[in-house]
Design a protein around this ligand. Structure first.
Ligand code: 3PG
Length: 202
C-alpha cells in the first residue's frame, strides 16, 4: 500500500525511541501483535540507524519511517536504510529537498503560518504539529487551517488514548502521532497498540 494511504488507514503513528538494540525486535513484534504495524523510529538515540535497518529487514509487514530527523545526513542515512517516510520536529528545508527529490513523504513540524507556507512550497501538505498540546491543540490547528485549506495535520506531543478520539474527530487530522503506546512490557505495548487501533477505527 502507498505510504500515505497506509498511515491514513491506521491514523496513528507510534513514535518509537530505542535505547538499545535488544529492545528493537520485541517492541516491533509487540506493535505488530497489537495490530499497529507502523513505526517512526526516532534519531534521538545513537542506535536509530541500526534499529531502522533491523525493522526493515525483519518486519516486512511494517511501515517503517524515521523521526526526529534534523539534518540532511540523518535523512540520507535513514533513506539509504529503507525508511519510507521522514518526520522532523521542525521544518528543515535541506531535509525537504532530499525527500522531494526521492519522492518520499516528509512530515516536517510547523506551528506558525510562515512555517506552513514553507512546507507547502515544497509540496509537503501533511503538517506535523508539535508539540500539539503546548501550541494550543485543535483550536490552533483549526485557526491555521482557515488560511491553508490544502494542509492536513499530524499532531504529536501530549496525545494519548485519553484524547486520541477528540483529535481524530476533525477531518483535517491526517493521523495522530505519539509515544504513549510504547511504554511498558511487550504485552502492555501490544495491548496499548490494539486499544489505539480500536479508538482510531471508531
Ligand atoms: C514526537 O516527537 O512526535 C513527540 O515527542 C511525541 O510526543 P509524546 O511523547 O508526548 O507522545
Amino acid at each position: 500500500m502507498e505510504v500515505k494511504n497506509f498511515i491514513r488507514n491506521y491514523k496513528v503513528v507510534p513514535v518509537v525511541v530505542f535505547n538499545s538494540i535488544d529492545e528493537v525486535r520485541p517492541k516491533l513484534k509487540a506493535m505488530c501483535d497489537g495490530g499497529l504495524p507502523i513505526a517512526e523510529i526516532t534519531y534521538r538515540t545513537a542506535c536509530a540507524g541500526e534499529a531502522i535497518k533491523i525493522a526493515i529487514e525483519d518486519f516486512p509487514e511494517m511501515l517503517v519511517g524515521a523521526g526526529t530527523v534534523i539534518n540532511a545526513k540523518q535523512c540520507e542515512e535513514a533513506l539509504s536504510l529503507g525508511a519510507k517516510f521522514i518526520v522532523s520536529p521542525g521544518f528543515s528545508e535541506e531535509v525537504a529537498k532530499i525527500c522531494v527529490e526521492k519522492g518520499v513523504p516528509y512530515l516536517g513540524g510547523c506551528v506558525t503560518p510562515t512555517e506552513i507556507m514553507t512546507a507547502l512550497s515544497y509540496g509537503c501538505d501533511i503538517i506535523k504539529f508539535f508539540p500539539a498540546s503546548n501550541y494550543g491543540g485543535i483550536g490552533t490547528m483549526k485557526a491555521l487551517s482557515a488560511a491553508f485549506p490544502a494542509a492536513s495535520f499530524l499532531p504529536t506531543g501530549g496525545i494519548s488514548d485519553k484524547n486520541l478520539a477528540e483529535f481524530l474527530e476533525w477531518d483535517k487530522i491526517f493521523a495522530v502521532g505519539g509515544s504513549w503506546m510504547m511504554k511498558g512490557t511487550p504485552e502492555e505495548i501490544a495491548e496499548k497498540c490494539a486499544e489505539a487501533v480500536r479508538i482510531a477505527k471508531g
